[in-house]
Design a protein around this ligand. Structure first.
Ligand code: UTP
Length: 307
């Protein structure tokens, strides 16, 4: 069955970004000149998704405004002859693919997913958490859909996380099958590093079968008192196989100020309009001459595309 629908979660409080997120949604913070949620929408569309539902909550109106038409702004841009900006602004607002569901109480990611049960119905769907932005040749959602087409079971995007970060992720107990594909034998949300079954962490991209809904209905609040998607997936595991797919690409966790800063630098260094001046600026900071003094390791430098 084709994956036609995508769900994008945007109902969280964004506490790690306070006070910036006191009166504006985290999802509308900019990564260069686009709000972070736009990257998830573009990824879904590039993965041939036909319908997108964004889960919002109180105080998230600007997300809906962003993907709506703005006739006044379009008129102003036309009058000023700003044709590139006009084209960009009107194409964002022209997408008839997006609709919205409101999560009335923020009881966790698993609870948020339950709010779209009626929209999704009885078919598999993609789930994107906009706090993870992935740069890759093939959009990561498309990579997961391809793996789903082979296995016909839920697929979770996974990546190896550093030991000290294990306690921030859902971690899988893996059995490697072939290449990038792993069978998930078990899962645990945010384990202590010493108890983690591996270092393979679940990141914010999934293809899920509709059986996740009854599994989530049976799921009690877990870590942080929230209904965790990882716990719902664990409940599903006795009845259905679940797979992890080590996707190709670089993921940026833009859900924290430092993560967004790193992503901004990496994206800007790839942007012809900004790269030259930014490189000059970074060179001026003497990153190359004294890498240790600013604690940049080789991986940091690779992520920032500087060598
Ligand atoms: P996070 O764990 O990043 O929580 O949620 P958050 O509220 O967005 O941010 P912090 O931790 O307070 O800084 C992961 C994803 O799940 C969504 C968030 O919007 C984010 O996309 N989410 C979380 C919901 O939609 N509803 C919830 O009740 C909780």
């Amino acid at each position: 069955m084709k994956i036609r629908k995508a769900v994008i979660t945007a109902a969280g409080w964004g506490t790690r970004f306070l006070p910036a997120t006191k009166a504006q949604p985290k999802e509308m913070l900019p990564l260069l000149n686009k709000p972070i949620i736009q990257y998830a929408v573009e990824e879904a569309i590039a993965s041939d998704i036909e319908q997108i539902v964004i889960i919002t909550a109180m105080g998230k109106h600007s997300v809906e405004d962003h993907f709506d038409r703005s006739f006044e702004l379009e008129h102003v841009l036309q009058e000023k002859g700003m044709s590139d900006a006009l084209e960009e602004v009107s194409s964002i607002g022209n997408s008839s693919k997006i609709c919205y569901v409101r999560q009335r109480e923020q009881l966790g990611l698993g609870h948020a997913v339950l709010t779209v049960q009626d929209f999704v119905g009885n078919e598999p769907f993609a789930l994107l958490l906009p706090d993870d932005v992935v740069r890759s040749e093939v959009p990561v959602t498309r990579q997961l859909i391809k793996a789903f087409e082979q296995r016909r079971s839920s697929i979770l995007a996974i990546e190896e996380v550093p030991e000290e970060r294990v306690s921030s992720y859902g971690i899988i107990k893996p059995r490697q099958l072939n290449g990038r594909l792993y069978q998930v034998l078990g899962m645990v949300e945010k384990p202590d590093a010493c108890r983690a079954p591996s270092r393979l962490g679940i990141v914010g991209r999934y293809v899920l079968t509709p059986e996740i809904f009854p599994a989530l209905e049976q799921t009690l609040p877990g870590k942080g008192g929230e209904i965790q998607l990882t716990d719902g997936l664990s409940n599903l595991l006795p009845d259905q196989q679940i797979f992890g797919y080590k996707f190709e690409g670089i993921r940026y966790d833009v859900g924290t100020p430092l993560g967004l800063l790193k992503a901004s630098l990496a994206f800007a260094l790839e942007d012809p309009k900004m790269a030259g001046e930014l490189r000059e600026y970074l060179t001026g900071l003497n990153l190359y001459a004294h890498p240790t003094s600013v604690s940049l390791d080789a991986k940091d430098l690779a992520r920032l595309s500087v060598s």
